[in-house]
Design a protein around this ligand. Sequence first.
Ligand SMILES: [Zn+2]
Length: 218
Amino acid sequence: MNYIDIHTHTYYHGPEVTLVLNLFPDEPEKLELPALFSVGLHPWHVNELTWEKQVEHVRTSLENKKVIAAGEAGLDKTVDNSYEIQQLAFHAQLAAAESTKKPMIIHCVRSYSELLAFRKKSDLSLPWIFHWFNADAQIATELLRKNCYLSFGHMLFNEQSKAFRVFRTVNLERVFFETDDAGYSIQQVYEKAAAIRNTKTADLKTQILDNFGRCFQL
Ligand SMILES: [Zn+2]
């Protein structure tokens, strides 16, 4: 049974790993690799002059069957890029994801209230996966209520993190795991997660495969 790495920037051959390799819009040649993909314009790369063209590339990529999600896309208040343009780029990608019926992989930094408020009022049905989730339990609960998933990775190794505290009690039907090139293998992340939840890695693998099938309608 496979491990699922829901978000990584590096193509690798791991034993029994299903990869969702994240691509930026300007690297379509990588779609030839034997993997599944998410393609998105990252909020760090949003530029007033180029964002529309890049979102157009995202839209085209989403028509490829191997591209199962749009993203990572989202909002980040810790970078200098215009927050307004970030929002325009995000909403344009969301429209593309909705029209191709693909979930989104979300990059969210200091923007949980904005994204949650939007999610609540927009009545979207396709799931959003919050990669590198690191917010409090209240936000987690509200996101789960709105058909979102939370992805955990290296923050599980930091017992002081919000992610660690949320992961101790979160509904495992709403969880994914990721490496995000943060220095831990996906096997290490699963093992750590299993230890925190006092369960077996094999049971977690079954659960995440289940989640994967449900979230992506595979
Ligand atoms: Zn990433």
